[in-house]
Ligand binder design. Structure first.
Ligand SMILES: Nc1ncnc2c1ncn2[C@@H]1O[C@H](C[S@+](CC[C@H]([NH3+])C(=O)[O-])CC(=O)[O-])[C@@H](O)[C@H]1O
Length: 330
């Protein structure tokens, strides 16, 4: 269960944003997303967040820096307690964060992805934003830091929901209550809601078995004239190239379509998007995704061929990611 305060915050935000068609579904979606049967560790994550100590009101949140940071004075025992509680939510994959002097060095340098994306966005100031598959919410805090009026992360992972709530505990009201997380998938967004000025889908597309349906769902979430930001794994090739790996790609299950960025541009156009641009294409480096103290399992270095880093352990082209931006016609 969410604390009544978090419930209230979410409901009020949905009312303020005129998201009434979605509001009626929230109680069921929250209950399902946080159902204790979904993961054996869920009660432990909930408890860890609930046990975070009350913090002094005086704090300084910096959401517009590479490391999402909250400066707040903690006593040494408090800092130790927070460190242990945050560790209970590991593995921490998306970040980095610095919370009350605790540096969470996550598996991903998600700030590097943001650096590739941010310069190309229509300014986020005042916009209503949806981040589909937003993980722990790192990019959502950056979007709020860039001035978005309302940011909603949807991600079905309850672990990431509790990681977000832990960061929220530190941020407090310093974001003006503009950043939110709903533990559901893209399939739970009400049909044709057309409510968001910018929709992000980063690191999700290749997990979708029906890629054009995913593009259509993203389009339906956008208001006419809104902007889509699509980041995904691609392969080299022309507008006719698409690759589907076997059961695993770089050890990941559930990886389906890896088009070339030219093919993906073509698909976006076929789905009715306009002004499609590939703003970045780059290989994922071993410094961007790696094991850390906060994510101690295997990471990219273990999933590439040790003899030839240009290949995955399955012999496929190593991860290459593109960022595409497109507009829904007004
Ligand atoms: N049906 C679904 N609907 C929405 N999200 C889903 C669904 N299924 C899984 N996810 C979520 O999609 C996220 C994909 S990670 C990208 C994180 C961030 N965006 C990043 O760009 O760093 C992959 C990566 O590391 O590239 C996970 O958090 C899943 O729980």
């Amino acid at each position: 269960m969410l604390s009544p305060d978090s419930h209230r915050r979410l409901y009020h935000a949905f009312i303020d944003q005129g998201l009434e068609p979605w509001l009626a579904r929230l109680p069921e979606q929250l209950a399902r997303g946080l159902d204790r049967k979904r993961h054996g560790d869920l009660p432990a994550w909930e408890k860890a967040v609930a046990k975070l100590p009350t913090l002094p009101d005086e704090r300084r949140a910096d959401l517009d820096r590479d490391t999402v940071s909250v400066e707040v004075a903690l006593t040494e025992p408090q800092q130790r307690q927070c460190h242990n509680l945050l560790k209970k939510l590991a593995p921490w994959r998306k970040g980095p964060y610095a919370l009350g002097g605790i540096h969470i060095d996550t598996e991903w340098r998600s700030d590097w992805k943001w650096q590739r994306v941010a310069p190309h966005l229509s300014p986020l100031a005042g916009r209503r934003v949806l981040d589909v598959g937003g993980g722990s919410g790192y990019h959502a805090w950056r979007m709020a830091g860039a001035g978005a009026a309302f940011v909603l992360v949807i991600d079905p992972s309850p672990r990431f929901f509790y990681q977000f709530q832990a960061v929220r505990h530190f941020v407090g009201d310093a974001d003006g209550g503009r950043t939110h997380f709903l533990p559901v998938g893209i399939e739970d967004v009400p049909e044709r809601i057309e409510a968001f000025d910018t929709v992000f889908s980063m690191g999700v597309f290749y997990h979708r078995p029906s890629p054009l349906e995913h593009l259509q769902q993203l389009k339906d979430a956008l208001r006419p004239g809104g902007e889509l930001v699509l980041e995904t794994l691609v392969v080299e090739g022309d507008a006719t190239t698409v690759f589907m790996p076997g059961e695993r790609y770089a050890a990941m299950p559930n990886v389906y379509f890896l088009p070339s960025s030219a093919a993906l541009s073509h698909w976006l156009e076929r789905c009715g998007f306009r002004d499609v641009r590939v703003v970045d294409e780059s290989m994922t480096s071993l410094d961007e995704q790696r094991s850390t103290e906060w994510m101690t399992f295997q990471s990219l270095a273990d999933f590439l061929d040790p003899e030839d880093r240009r290949r995955t352990i399955e012999g496929y082209p190593a991860p290459r990611r593109a960022v595409l931006i497109a507009t829904k016609p007004a």
